[in-house]
Ligand binder design. Sequence first.
Ligand SMILES: *[C@@H]1O[C@H](CO)[C@@H](O)[C@H](O)[C@H]1NC(C)=O
Length: 352
Amino acid sequence: MVSFSLNNTSAWGMLTIALHMLAISAKCLPEPTTPSTSVGFTAADSKFGSQIEGAATDAQGNLYAVNFGTEADKDTLGIAAGTGAQSLFYKDADATTWFNSMRFVKTSSGIVTYAGDVVGHRVLKLTGATGSLTSSVFCQDPTMLQPNDMAAASTGDLFLSGMNYTATTTKGNGDLWWCNAQGQAKRLDTLERTNGIEVSPNNQYLYLSEAQNKDGAVIGNRIWRYEVDPSTGVKMGADGTPTKSLFVDFATLDQTQATDIDGMRCDTQGNLFVTRNGLGQVVVFSPERKELSRITAPFKSVKNLEFGGSDGKTLYIVGTCDAVEGTTDAQKGCVSAHPGQQNPGLSWSLLQ
Ligand SMILES: *[C@@H]1O[C@H](CO)[C@@H](O)[C@H](O)[C@H]1NC(C)=O
């Protein structure tokens, strides 16, 4: 009896231990990153500088942006993780590098990180593990005006905007470049100041903003739509210049043509989210050019935006902390989080 009882206890014990170990091993599985919807931060909590820009998301929905540190740290990229922690993601070895844009692209060999360098007129490709990333030139051309912002097609083709800010703009003070998936750079179009840029779902359209100045004042802001063409970047007309159509002109829409368009991003349905830098607003357009909604940020200098969070439906708006809950600090970069958007972001969705 004693022996049986012991064996019995032992058997139950073993089973209990086995079940317990199962539970432990289940707990040891990597838990999905669950970005909180409170990843937005104000000046008091910000570790980013006022030149925060180039918002991007990884597959987990963590938010990335340029200018981690002080305003002078233009050669840096930072991450605002789902936990709310902000840290340095990458600092370039070349101190003259000035990052202003960033994209993650899923390729057959994994997810590739691209960062645009305004001063070097180039796009760097970052490889390696976080903490030991190294860069190589993906594409470069000294005659690029910048690049200012960058859009990625799912094929790995990149499109770049850029501007030469002059008191009175003329055609040529803005450009559109294409870096094909092999890293060959080609100028596709010349315009006045170009800035916001995005590729729509299924690599159908390319959206590009254009602004005009006259005698030091901003007098025009509109968005053009090109058709993406895998062999020529965008569809060309018989004269060899790109075919494009006017998507939105803020002069006719709401008379806010004196306010610059900055970053632009699509959701999975092709709705275009457009920052109005100075108005503290993001305007949302359907692919049919219909204005769907306006989202208000707690600061006016809304520079860029991206969707992230665990479901890809949190819209993050990044900009200078010019007035956030009373903690105005124009030296800092702020992030405003807007969870519960109708659709996930396109970039986030392409990384899943
Ligand atoms: C920028 O515009 C100014 C004024 O038109 C011009 O003198 C200068 O050459 C331009 N720079 C570039 C890089 O195009």
